[in-house]
Write a protein that binds this ligand. Structure first.
Ligand code: C6P
Length: 405
């Protein structure tokens, strides 16, 4: 059983009033609220043992290094990686994917090779591949989506071929909530000899993810969407593939030996963590993982699914509403429009009632093009949201609608 009262009391960001109303935060797909344990862990690093990592042989530096490295082990455990050496700290999903696009793709792609992605990708898993294709002469192809917001896999046999060198797919759409059959897609990619990257920005925060079971070559996610600080993310990679990548950034920590003529590289993962890393943020991520583990990822997922079902059911009764995305196999995200009210207006009216939702293209413009809209409203939930908040949201939508008749 989930102890919602306790959970909500852990989040200072949920205790505020907005425009005189209790704050209802329905934008966790953009970034999550942070429990005080995460804020305390960050503060403690800055107040009790500020020092650089991997560089000092004094108390604070060793403590910071130990904390930093123990989070690497926590991340490995969370996603069931076989070793913490597979875990590279980045500043977020975007940087993780760009690292692959620069350090792997530019080394391995040649003119005529193909990169396969899908029409439901966030721009962070699309634009880096457009640039990589331009730079290498590779061809970028897309798996289309259907009008119910799932992948149209009818032509997968044509789209995936021995020419496909990289297959990059989101595990869960940030706009539609669609959860893709990722294990099957990874297998299909491997059958054609492709390297497969999974964008897990919207999945790792909400469900248990097992990279060994998925057998993906890369997996990318962000700390700030899973109760952690901004400025920290992860790239998981299989060791033999990471070994075969050129460094992304040059600088301190990523080298073994530097002379004026040349340099040799440090071991993985340090080879890909040039410069002073985001130490406080990594330590905060460790506290976030502890927090999620205490609740249990299965419980997080189960509770969010209940909330989603409750919200979808109530929303579908609103006249003139269009809810996008599939009915099943969906994360706790609801994109919608209401006839005659622009998404941005709706979001602003909701804000007046203290309710935060996102309105716009959600950094996934090809999805908007597919559905023939320029924007949608998106309500997204996390483990700290409640059915009462959902009911309040529905009531506010019904009130707003009255202004537009
Ligand atoms: N989506 C949203 O409101 P960063 O910004 O690097 O932490 O994550 C990028 C990213 C990549 N893939 C997916 C599936 C995502 O959802 C996101 C971030 C946020 O939907 C902010 S645009």
């Amino acid at each position: 059983m989930i102890d919602l009262k306790k959970i909500r009391s852990d989040f200072p960001g949920l205790q505020i009033n907005v425009h005189g109303k209790p704050y209802v935060y329905f934008d966790s797909a953009a970034t999550s609220q942070k429990p005080k344990m995460v804020i305390d862990a960050v503060t403690s690093y800055y107040t009790d043992y500020t020092a650089n990592v991997h560089r000092g042989i004094y108390f604070a530096s060793e403590k910071a290094t130990n904390h930093y490295e123990s989070v690497r082990a926590q991340v490995a455990q969370l996603i069931h990686a076989s070793s913490e050496r597979n875990i590279i700290f980045t500043k977020g999903t975007t940087e993780s994917i760009n690292m692959v696009a620069y350090s792997w793709a530019r080394k391995h792609l040649k003119p005529g090779d193909e990169i396969l992605i899908t029409e439901m990708e966030h721009h962070s898993n699309l634009v880096p591949w457009q640039i990589a294709a331009q730079d290498t002469g590779a061809i970028l192809k897309y798996i289309p989506i259907t009008m119910d917001g799932t992948l149209d896999l009818s032509d997968i046999g044509l789209l995936l071929s021995p020419s496909t060198k990289l297959f990059a797919i989101t595990q869960q759409s940030n706009v539609l909530g669609t959860v893709n059959p990722i294990k099957e897609l990874v297998r299909k990619g491997h059958d054609m000899g492709a390297v497969v990257l999974v964008d897990a920005a919207q999945s790792v925060p909400h469900q248990s993810v097992d990279v060994q079971d998925l057998n993906c070559d890369f997996l990318a996610f962000s700390g700030h969407k899973m109760l952690g600080p901004t400025g920290v993310g992860v790239l998981y990679g299989k060791m033999e593939i990471l070994e075969d990548m050129t460094p992304f950034h040059g600088g301190g920590e990523m080298i073994n030996r530097v002379t004026m003529q040349e340099s040799t590289w440090n071991d993985i993962p340090y080879r890909f963590e040039a410069g002073t890393p985001n130490i406080a943020q990594v330590i905060g991520l460790g506290a976030a993982i502890d927090y999620l583990n205490d609740i249990g990822m299965a419980t997080v997922h189960f509770y969010e699914q209940e909330l989603l079902a409750h919200a979808k059911n109530a929303l579908s009764d609103i006249d003139g509403i269009t809810i996008y995305g599939p009915e099943n196999n969906c994360g706790a995200v609801i994109p919608f429009n209401i006839d005659g009210i622009h998404a941005a207006d709706l979001a602003q009216f909701l804000d007046q009632d203290g309710i935060a939702v996102r309105a716009g293209h959600h950094c996934a413009q090809p999805i908007m093009d597919k559905f023939g809209v320029s924007s949608t409203v998106r309500a997204s939930f996390y483990v700290y949201n409640t059915k009462d908040e959902v009911d309040q949201f529905i009531q506010c939508l019904n009130n707003i609608k009255k202004y537009f008749v």
